[in-house]
Design a protein. Structure first.
Length: 296
């Protein structure tokens, strides 16, 4: 088996491979057929692949605003979720910012089973107005980011393969819920997500869209800040992985200069060597908010 350092640690919606979409279907740009790379942990597991296809079908048939049908998780997959939470409970106490820990308490997510997107979405919506809608896999960065403007987070619903419970090469329901949905239970983080979406909607050129995608990566996905002189995470890519939370302490920390972050390349195939660090949650919120409001 290849190790995570050989492969993408977290391909995400802002660094996706371009997917083919059937433009004759209005919802096709949100969805793609499940195609696993030969080095994907689930590539040789026909049951896993069949389940991935069934879960993808839910997204393909989903009509925005409707209740999200339950995904057919197996007991083995619930065990993956338990393993992830076991690793993260301690890691969060050590490395997560206070705003995130408060959101975890607020949502009261189950640790013994994978919650369904429907139930998580209902809880988040009552707090920040954000709701989750299922997608089959990675979607175009513009589609993903623009949906944030409407208070919609496009979320995958499958879970990573049980052979690698602490590693996923693509966003899965653990990353979406433990990272994104939890942070969207923070009204301020939800507002920043909406502002990213609105800025993307005002953006025409591909180069400017790429800068916003980088900005999203270095803040919403991999943002860090200081609290009581300690380095803490508010980024979803960090908060959904115990390995990332440990590794962030080895990164080169740069001041939260959003202009620089928007021009900083990143490599999703390894732990991030460079992170942008705010002096506080408040500073991060104000800086990012005003930058996005001024974005032309
Ligand atoms: Fe993400």
């Amino acid at each position: 088996m290849t190790t995570p350092t050989d492969q993408a640690l977290l391909l995400d919606h802002v660094d996706m491979r371009i997917v083919a979409a059937d433009i004759t279907d209005a919802t096709a740009d949100r969805n793609t057929i499940v195609q696993l790379d030969p080095d994907h942990p689930g590539f040789r597991d026909p049951e896993y692949r069949a389940r991935r296809n069934r879960i993808a079908q839910i997204a393909l048939e989903y009509k925005p605003g409707a209740l999200i049908p339950d995904a057919p998780y197996t007991e083995e997959e619930h065990e993956v979720w338990r393993t992830i939470w076991e690793a993260l409970t301690f890691a969060h106490q050590q490395h997560a910012c206070r705003e995130y820990l408060e959101c975890v308490k607020r949502l009261e997510l189950p640790h013994d089973r994978i919650p369904q997107l429907r139930e998580v979405s209902e809880k988040v919506e009552t707090i920040s107005g954000f709701r989750l809608e299922p997608v089959a896999g990675l979607v175009e960065p513009r589609v993903f980011l623009e949906s944030l403007a409407e208070g919609v987070f496009l979320s995958t619903q499958y879970i990573r393969h049980h052979s690698t419970p602490l590693y996923t090469p693509e966003p899965d329901v653990a990353h979406e819920i433990i990272g994104h949905a939890v942070t969207l239970a923070s009204p301020r983080l939800a507002e920043l997500n909406r502002l990213v979406g609105r800025a993307v909607k005002r953006t025409i050129s591909a180069g400017a869209l790429e800068r916003l995608a980088r900005l999203y990566w270095f803040t919403i996905e991999f943002g860090v800040l200081r609290e009581d002189d300690k380095l803490k995470a508010y980024g979803t890519g960090l908060l959904s992985s115990a390995g990332e939370l440990e590794a962030m302490h080895n990164a080169e920390l740069r001041p939260l200069d959003l202009e620089a972050a928007s021009r900083q390349d990143f490599n999703p195939t390894d732990f991030q060597p460079v992170l942008f660090c705010a002096n506080s949650f408040d500073e991060m919120y104000e800086t990012l908010k005003h930058y996005l409001l001024r974005w032309e």
